[in-house]
Every structure is written in C-alpha cells, then in structure tokens.
Design a protein around this ligand. Structure first.
Ligand SMILES: [Zn+2]
Length: 442
C-alpha cells in the first residue's frame, strides 16, 4: 500500500536536513519511497492513498534510548513508610518493591500504558529495561506482544541483579536474546544488568559471556548515584566503569546509563571502547543524584543519547529538560542549544542503529517510514537555519496528531488506532490497587 502524507512542513533531519514547506512523504509498506514538493509527489504517485498534513509539521519518529515500562503502576501510589532521603532508599522503598509486586497482567498493562503514551508523543522506538522478580520467566514475551500490538519498535532486556537471588533474571534474558536472534527491525534484545552495586563478579561474568556469544550489548545503570561509585571503590578498589570494562561489559553496542559520577579516567575508557552513554535529565533531577558531566563526555566524542528512565515517554520535553539543566548547572546561557537536540535527534538514531541495524531518525527515500506528525503553525519563519529554535521553544509544546511506525498509522487525528486506550487504562485502574496492596505487604 502506498500513502502520501501531504501538504505539511516536512523536516527531514539527518545529515542533510531539509525543511520542505508544502511537502509530502510517500510511504510504501514499511519504507519511504518519495519525499519532496507535494504537487510533484502527487504527480509521481497519483494512485496512492493520501493523508492531509496541512497545518502540521512532519518529523521522523522520536527515539527513547532508556525507558522502564514496568514503572507505570507506581503512578499516584503512596509509598509506605518514611520518605526516602537518598537514592538507595528510593530503590529499596519504591522500585525494588514495585518490580516484585508485578504479576502477569500487570506486566502487560505496565507496558501497554507507556506504549500508548509513546504513540501519543510520536516516540516510535524505545530501548526498555524490565524488572519483575515475581514473574521473571516469560515476562519479556509479554512485553514483546504488547510492543507488537502497539506497532512501535523496541529493544528489550531483563534487568539481571543479585539483589533478590544470585543471578536473578539471567535465564530469562538469555532465553529472550536467543529467541530474538538478529531481530526483525521491530524487536531487538540486549543483556540487561541492574548496576555494579547489585551484581557480583560471578553474575557479571556469566551475563557478559552470554552477551558476547550472542553479539549483543549490555544495558546497565552506571554510577547513577555516588553510592554505586563508592560501593565499587570499597569492594573492588576501582570505580564502576573500570570494573565493568575489566569484566568486558563495555563496547559499541553497550549502553552505560546515567554516568553521573564518573571521573576523567572512566570517561576515557568509555571513549576508547566506543561505549554509548544515555543521559536522563528528568530522572536525575527527580532522584536528586547529581548532574551528568555531559560536555566532558561529548568533548571525548562519546555517543551520548537521551532517555526518560521511565519518567515519561515524551522525548521533546526530555530534550528541553536537558537544555535547561545544563544551562543552569554550568551557569552559562551559551551552552546546550546545539547539544540537547543533538542527543535526541542524531545520537539516539546512532544508538538505535547499533541495536536494530537500521537507520532511523531521518526522512529520506529508502529509510523506514517512522513519523511524528504534529499540529504546528510556525509564528515566524521556519527553515533549516532556525529549526532548533522552533524545536526547543515551540514544538516542545505542540501536540502530535498522527504517528506512523513501519509505515503503519498507529494514531490519526489524535485517536490511537492500534490499541484500545480506554479499556487498557480502565483495566490498569482495576489492577493497580491490588498491586499496591501486595507491595505494602513486602
Ligand atoms: Zn533506568
């Protein structure tokens, strides 16, 4: 089936970014087959279906390189006990109970809700990090089914940790990696690891061996809080990145999440091994863990992407948060204007390419047909030269009208077509109180 998404302002992004007013993107199956002036595309593809995009801006679908679908049912929950006063207490009192309280249907719903939010925000590719120690076996299959139904792309992994039982989650992760193999462009797999401070050398060696044999990367939280760094120094006499690198977890397909408390020597290792870093500014601010040394990482040409860490599925607001945070942290209004959008628009596409083996984040002939089509009437001129100004100060508040992934329309006229949004939210509201009860008893 061929479809012309026509009469919108098309912003191609990619290395040769073009802004095409009154433009069209033509898709056939999962691929873009034409892009350019609307009248010319109509002439070239006269028999295609058409979707009118006038009053809208057409962008490549957004990519989130670190998410936690499983965190969904914590929303609005009163956390039992005293308020957590530091990062480790937040984990112990909240997240390490949320994951244990999840049952089968909770896992499915916990994925479906943020998948709907991804579609609502034009996020068409996600790299997720899952934990459900109550039900490990088969949990990634439940999430895979939800992702396939939603219609977006996702790289999935199970968060291995010794915190409940030694090597908890290794089998599930290994099973899923073998099942997915090289992947089909929609679903990919990684080796998920919680963090240095909850993983023994033995478990790490086992997981890294599985990852290396399968040719996949490790997806691990790194020095998110000072406690992780201190634990590694106390137990092993070296900081986190040295430890992970020594055991073989670094590499171009691996994702080191956060890297808030890394020193110069650790950044050098990350650079030398071409390991990716994912920055999650909203989460870091929410957990009050500190500020990632973003510019020092970028100076070393480290590939730094942008994730939400489960905070939301809205990549534009995350991008603006990065922009604001690093201006404030550096007390310098000259910085982050180029860097924050680059993390989202370019670096996340580079990271996704290493996971899925396909080039996303660009509207061009032959590229995958993933698009976020947003309501936007530019109040000033919009061109290649000033697109970032519109992105940071205008598009961040614009509403996504239509989301397309792999050539399929997942939302049109702001109505989700691939999933029953109302039923899913209603069922989640039914099950969440039961999950909260189980959690309170832990
Ligand atoms: Zn995380």
């Amino acid at each position: 089936m061929t479809t012309r998404f026509e009469n919108g302002i098309v912003v191609t992004l990619g290395s040769n970014n073009r802004v095409i007013w009154n433009g069209s993107v033509v898709t056939e199956g999962e691929t873009i087959v034409g892009i350019g002036n609307a009248a010319e595309m109509k002439q070239k593809f006269p028999n295609a279906d058409s979707v009118d995009c006038s009053g809208k801006i057409v962008l490549p679908g957004f990519i989130c390189t670190h998410h936690h679908f499983y965190s969904t049912m914590a929303r609005g929950m009163a956390i039992p006990g005293e308020p957590a006063s530091n990062f480790v207490e937040i984990l112990e009192r909240l997240w390490w109970k949320v994951d244990r309280a999840l049952l089968d249907e909770d896992i499915t719903l916990s994925a479906q809700v943020p998948l709907i939010e991804c579609i609502r925000n034009g996020t068409t590719t996600v790299i997720d990090h899952h934990a459900s120690p109550g039900i490990r076996h088969g949990s990634l299959d439940l999430i895979e089914s939800a992702v396939r139904q939603a219609g977006i792309r996702a790289s999935l992994c199970y968060e291995v940790s010794d915190r409940n039982i030694p090597g908890g989650g290794v089998e599930e992760n290994e099973r899923f990696i073998k099942k997915i193999g090289k992947g089909d462009g929609q679903i990919a797999a990684m080796m998920g690891l919680h963090a240095s401070f909850t993983l023994s050398d033995k478990t790490l060696e086992r997981c890294i061996g599985i990852a290396k044999d399968a040719g996949v990367g490790c997806h691990v939280h790194v020095a998110e809080d000072l406690a992780d760094r201190q634990d590694s120094l106390d137990k092993y006499g070296i900081p986190v990145v040295h430890r992970l690198d020594k055991l073989g977890a670094s590499g171009s397909k691996s994702l080191f999440i956060h890297c808030v408390h890394v020193d110069e020597s650790e950044m050098d290792i990350i650079a030398a091994t071409s390991t990716c870093v994912v920055h999650n500014p909203e989460s870091n601010m929410n957990n009050a863990v500190g500020v990632t040394p973003l510019f020092k990482l970028l100076e070393r040409n480290i590939l730094v992407g942008l994730g939400t860490d489960g905070m939301s599925s809205d990549m534009l607001s995350q991008m603006r948060c990065a922009y604001l945070l690093h201006r404030l942290a550096n007390q310098d209004p000259r910085v982050a204007f180029m860097e924050a959008p680059k993390l989202l628009l370019q670096n996340n596409a580079d990271i996704a390419e290493r996971q899925f083996g396909i080039r996303l984040g660009e509207l061009a002939e032959g590229r995958p047909a993933d698009m976020a089509i947003m309501d936007y009437q530019p109040p000033t001129v919009l061109s290649e030269a000033n697109f970032l100004g519109h992105l940071i100060f205008g598009l961040v508040d614009a509403v996504v009208d239509t989301t397309v992934c792999r050539g399929k329309i997942l939302m049109q006229g702001k109505k989700i077509v691939s999933m029953d949004e109302e039923r899913i939210a209603a069922r989640s509201r039914e099950l969440a109180p039961l999950m909260w009860q189980r959690l309170a008893a832990l």
